[in-house]
Ligand binder design. Structure first.
Ligand SMILES: Cc1cc2nc3c(=O)[nH]c(=O)nc-3n(C[C@H](O)[C@H](O)[C@H](O)COP(=O)(O)OP(=O)(O)OC[C@H]3O[C@@H](n4cnc5c(N)ncnc54)[C@H](O)[C@@H]3O)c2cc1C
Ligand code: SF4
Ligand code: SF4
Ligand code: SF4
Length: 399
């Protein structure tokens, strides 16, 4: 990354912006790189060499919070089906945030910005606002505006539930620099954040395809296809359309932030009080009664987390489970960097998202898209390996 005249090196980097927020001379700004990820850039003229940016960086040290002998694990589903439909997994986030709100506390979580394509962490104090935080947004959320608010809320005695990816939890913890009894840290199991550049171009592709502005983008809409389907939805002129194209690009693992391939939070041991995720192993232990509306896995790491868990029990159904039941790859190791990641980006730079989606099968955009799928040569994952052949076909398709 960047080393300045003072010997300041900010690498590796998860993009949390804690260094920029803490720099006493505002010498650091977050700038987008050519893959669409934000990184700190130091103005050499403004830097005084205090090294605060280095000491605050959460990636330098992983401080596990665990104060119970063994991580506890529960399958959890919210009792209200409507909540589960609107949530990514089983609605655990809604249950936890309801408890904090009922105590007059505040919630921090990821929310779409007005401008579709940007995700930002917001501070909310009501259920109506909290509902905006529901659902997984497969983009990196900007938490830079939250750090000082969180400290103020905590110092003024409010209960705070901060939710986010493992690296965001680490960043908040590192920024605060001490433990607060009234702070609850809840992270999500995370397969990595994708490039916002690719997503922005994907949206432009949809706008060109439908010749209309798109609204209300949802990354994993369960309503029509269920929990396991991985279908995105968006609205065009009040009509809902579905697609799985962005998910397919994401699933190639080629568009994740480079640090995500080294992520130190892809483990059961966490810096949070609670971890929530999709309970993918549930079918093997509950053969009956699974309705494809979603189930959360909830991991409890601390006494504080356990106390909060006890308070959600009237709102959820839950079952005890063992490591064998819930262990998914993301709790064992970071997502694996594909050997053809560079080929992908070369291909992307040449043909863009519109070229890439034309070589991907199985999209469900509708008739117009299916015309393209007839010309399809195979899954993207395989295609990016045979780059020159793929490019030839893409160019032919694009005329
Ligand atoms: C980038 C990403 C990768 C994921 N990878 C996995 C995975 O590998 N395995 C797995 O089991 N689950 C994964 N998930 C899903 C995650 O586990 C669920 O979001 C979580 O279980 C919450 O579901 P819920 O039903 O409790 O509540 P919901 O209401 O759906 O929860 C929303 C919660 O997710 C947070 N959130 C949403 N988008 C973001 C974001 N972009 N950045 C930070 N926080 C966000 C919100 O702040 C809120 O706390 C991923 C989610 C994201 C955003
Ligand atoms: S503090 Fe955050 S943004 Fe700054 S270098 Fe460390 S990880 Fe990157
Ligand atoms: S060394 Fe100090 S002044 Fe320089 S960029 Fe880091 S925090 Fe800012
Ligand atoms: S994979 Fe790790 S580094 Fe990447 S966003 Fe998720 S928690 Fe952060």
């Amino acid at each position: 990354m960047q080393e300045n005249k003072m010997g300041i090196e900010l690498d590796p980097c998860c993009g949390c912006a804690a260094c920029a927020v803490c720099c006493p001379t505002k010498a650091i700004t977050m700038k987008m790189d050519e893959e669409g990820f934000l990184y700190p850039k130091i103005s050499l003229d403004d830097c005084i060499g205090c090294k605060r940016c280095i000491s605050i960086c959460p990636l330098k040290e992983n401080k596990i919070k665990k104060d119970i002998t063994q991580t506890l694990a529960y399958g959890v589903k919210h009792k209200q089906n409507k909540v589960r439909i609107l949530s990514r997994s089983g609605g655990a986030f809604t249950a936890f945030s309801d408890v904090i709100l009922a105590m007059g506390g505040v919630i921090y979580g990821a929310c779409w910005e007005q401008e579709l394509g940007k995700v930002i962490h917001r501070r909310v104090v009501s259920k109506e606002e909290r509902d905006q935080l529901r659902g997984s947004k497969y983009l990196q959320s900007d938490i830079s505006g939250c750090y000082h608010w969180i400290r103020t809320d905590l110092e003024e005695g409010r209960k705070v539930l901060f939710t986010g990816t493992g690296c965001q939890i680490a960043a908040v913890d590192s920024f605060l620099g001490k433990d607060y009894e009234n702070l609850y840290l809840c992270d999500i199991i995370c397969h990595g954040v994708p490039s916002s550049l690719v997503f922005e171009e994907y949206q432009n592709f949809l706008v060109d395809l439908f010749e209309e502005k798109i609204k209300r983008y949802q990354f994993r809409d369960k309503e029509a296809f269920g929990w396991k389907a991985n279908i995105e939805s968006f609205q065009i002129k009040n009509k809902k359309k579905y697609s799985n194209l962005f998910s397919k690009i994401y699933q190639t693992d080629c568009i994740q932030r480079p640090y995500c391939y080294e992520c130190q939070y892809a483990s059961i041991e966490r810096r949070s009080d609670i971890t929530i995720g999709d309970f993918w192993g549930i079918d093997s232990i509950m053969k009956k009664n699974m309705d494809n509306k979603g189930m959360s896995i909830v991991l409890i790491h601390t006494k504080k987390g356990l106390n909060l868990f006890h308070q959600i029990l009237s709102d959820v159904e839950f079952l005890d489970c063992s490591k064998e039941d819930y262990l998914q790859p993301q709790l064992k190791h970071p997502c694996i960097k594909p050997s053809n990641r560079e080929d992908f980006w070369r291909l992307y730079k040449e043909v863009g998202v519109s070229g890439i989606v034309k070589i991907m099968p199985g999209g469900v955009l509708g008739a117009k898209y299916r015309v393209y799928t007839k010309l399809i040569v195979g899954r993207l994952k395989k295609c990016v390996g045979g780059l020159s052949q793929t490019l030839k076909k893409v160019r032919k398709e694009m005329g």
